[in-house]
Design a protein around this ligand. Structure first.
Ligand code: AFP
Length: 339
């Protein structure tokens, strides 16, 4: 326990002392916090600083980039490449691994990020977020390559997200529970506002894009049908549905009051994306680490997300995350001969 009200900087220094961590780790988190503060400032200004709308470019996954996708990616690079804490970077918005300029010192950590998750929400003034994952860099490698990043989620050193909503909140885990920090804009510091967050094991709230129903597999169709049937169906209770279209906001809601979030297997992308829409390295793994550290469960329906051996930087997978008992039920529907 650290005490509600301490700053993220104090928290990180305490952690560093407690675990004998290197200053590099604290430094990486500090660089990420700096990037998030800059993004928070821009998102709150919106049209006043001309950051809404499309950049008229596509990312590696063929998605049209928003201006803010490009700007926030630059903010992250700028924050992480100068201080000798990161070893190399990978972003949802960049095709290749980003190696630091030759004249910059190297640190010990690989940092992966989705700089602005749910960026299409910017134009309608709805919540967006940043997701990040920190891995150890291999010893003695000056310019890490893609294969150095392809580590399963269980090896993550830390992960977190920053939600830019009515307030800006950072959730962080370094494998010792989940803590949340709210940005105090007056003093420019993230302040610890929730300690050791726990997700309720049961829920009556689900989040899914219902318009894709016809492309789902039978286990998900069954689960959602039973939720929608409410107290008259086999579950014997009513459910509520939410869809913000920004994973950070959905996961934050689940960490706040429980729930289940799924972007499940989709028949349309069975062959080119393993049936998944969300990215393993930038979205699924960091969020799974946070969810599990808060007592929840994260799965594809067939395997625990954090045990998947990644095969490429931009790999996509189906995602089912949230309240433990509910995710467990969905997973049981994926087992052969389960009735
Ligand atoms: P972007 O970051 O490209 O806006 O995508 C957001 C996201 O990956 C995830 O955060 C949402 O849950 C999901 O896509 C929304 O998808 P739909 O377009 O199907 O609503």
């Amino acid at each position: 326990m650290y005490g509600i009200g301490i700053t993220l900087t104090q928290f990180m220094l305490d952690e560093q002392r407690r675990y004998g961590a290197s200053g590099h780790f604290t430094g990486v988190l500090n660089d990420i916090a700096t990037a998030c503060k800059k993004i928070a400032s821009l998102t709150s200004k919106g049209a006043l600083v001309g950051v809404l709308g499309s950049a008229n470019t596509e990312n590696v996954q063929g998605e049209v980039q928003k201006k803010m996708d490009v700007i926030t990616n630059e903010i992250f690079i700028e924050a992480l490449q100068n201080n000798g804490n990161a070893a190399a970077l990978a972003s949802e918005e960049m095709e290749e691994v980003y190696n630091l300029p030759e004249n910059k010192p190297r640190g010990r950590y690989l940092v992966l990020f989705d700089p602005l998750d749910g960026s299409s929400n910017m134009d309608i003034n709805v919540s967006v977020g940043t997701i990040f994952s920190i891995l150890r860099a291999p010893n003695g490698v000056r310019n890490p390559t893609e294969k150095d990043f392809l580590q399963p989620g269980v090896t993550q050193v830390a992960a977190g997200y920053c939600l830019y909503g009515p307030s800006t909140i950072m959730a962080l885990t370094a494998g010792n529970g989940v803590n949340m920090f709210t940005l105090d804009r007056d003093c420019g510091e993230f302040i610890l506002t929730r300690e050791n967050v726990q997700i309720p094991a049961d829920t009556q709230e689900f989040a899914i894009n219902m318009s894709n129903e016809r492309y789902w597999e039978e286990p998900i169709k069954r689960y959602i049908k039973e939720c929608v049937a409410g107290k008259d169906g086999p579950r014997g209770k009513n459910f509520n549905m939410r869809w913000v279209a920004a994973m950070v906001a959905e996961i934050h809601r689940i960490l706040t009051r429980g729930g289940i979030f799924t972007y499940p297997f989709d028949e349309r992308v069975r062959h080119d994306s393993n049936g998944g829409k969300l990215r393993l390295m930038y979205e699924a793994n960091p969020m799974s680490f946070i969810i599990e550290q808060a007592g929840g469960m994260a799965h594809t329906g067939y395997e625990r997300i954090m045990e998947i051996q990644p095969t490429s930087l931009h790999q996509r997978i189906p995602v089912i995350q949230g309240s433990r008992n509910e995710v467990d039920l969905v997973v049981s529907y994926h087992r052969p001969n389960d009735d």
